[in-house]
Design a binder for this molecule. Structure first.
Ligand code: SAM
Length: 231
């Protein structure tokens, strides 16, 4: 008899993240720390970095080439990216509709909590980190399901955007934060303080924790947080 998948089992299914990059080891230190490390140990998520260069051909395994029509800089070639995505898809046991292939691009949709919440519904996210002056447009046209930007500023590659998305999405996985309440649950964010109540810097006046937070009156605390939180 076919086993029924309960909603609890669906929620705890491991989310698979694949990061395609020409610098796979550049991600190691961040992935090996704190909540992302714990989430991997708890098998809530799996993260694999794939070296796109391994799918490049020729003696020098070149991943870039000059742009058609001329212009400055080099362009990320389509073939190695195609090869890397294909190799993931070939080995994947995840149904096509539960997989999302994302290309990081300045022209993409801006990443925010709503986008992260939408993406957490997929079981497998394939994240393509661009490099050079840009990525051959055929990747956006034929390989990626969508393009995502993390903001209106230019980074040298899509590795940091991939880590940002990975963490933003993972925070919506039940169990990732290790506690039921988080700042996100409180409708946005508010300023927080911890001990000491009064900090005296080397120069100038003491820095104090607001009275409303120190007095233990929960109504006052809630009101203060509402008034000082993000809208
Ligand atoms: N002039 C290029 C353009 O307008 O696309 C800039 C390319 S950037 C130097 C190289 C790669 O880094 C991009 O293809 C993209 O994958 C990634 N990237 C840089 N900044 C990004 C951002 N704010 N959001 C998402 N990806 C970004």
């Amino acid at each position: 008899m076919k086993k029924k998948t309960t909603s609890a089992a669906r929620r705890t299914a491991v989310k698979r993240f694949h990061i395609l990059t020409i610098f796979p080891h550049g991600l190691d230190s961040y992935l090996g720390e704190s909540l992302l490390r714990h989430a991997q140990e708890k098998k809530l998520i799996s993260v694999e970095a794939h070296d796109i260069r391994a799918f490049a051909t020729g003696k020098h395994r070149k991943t870039d080439d000059r742009p058609f029509g001329g212009g400055p800089g080099m362009v990320f070639k389509v073939e190695p990216i195609y090869g890397a995505v294909e190799s993931i898809v070939r080995r994947s046991r995840v149904a096509r509709k539960k997989r999302r292939v994302i290309l990081f691009s300045l022209r993409g949709k801006k990443l925010d909590a709503r986008v992260a919440r939408r993406l957490v519904r997929y079981d497998e996210l394939v994240l393509i980190a661009g490099r050079y002056e840009g990525v051959d447009e055929r990747v956006a046209e034929h390989i990626a399901d969508e393009e995502i930007s993390i903001g209106d500023y230019v980074l040298s590659g899509g590795e940091l955007p991939a880590l940002v998305l990975l963490e933003a999405v993972s925070r919506f996985i039940p169990g990732f934060l290790g506690k039921s309440e988080s700042l996100e649950d409180m409708k946005g964010s508010y300023p927080t303080y911890t001990r000491p109540e009064i900090f005296v810097p080397k120069k100038g006046k003491a820095w104090r924790v607001p009275n409303a937070l120190r007095e233990g009156d929960h109504k006052k605390i809630e009101e203060w947080r509402r008034n000082h939180g993000s809208k």
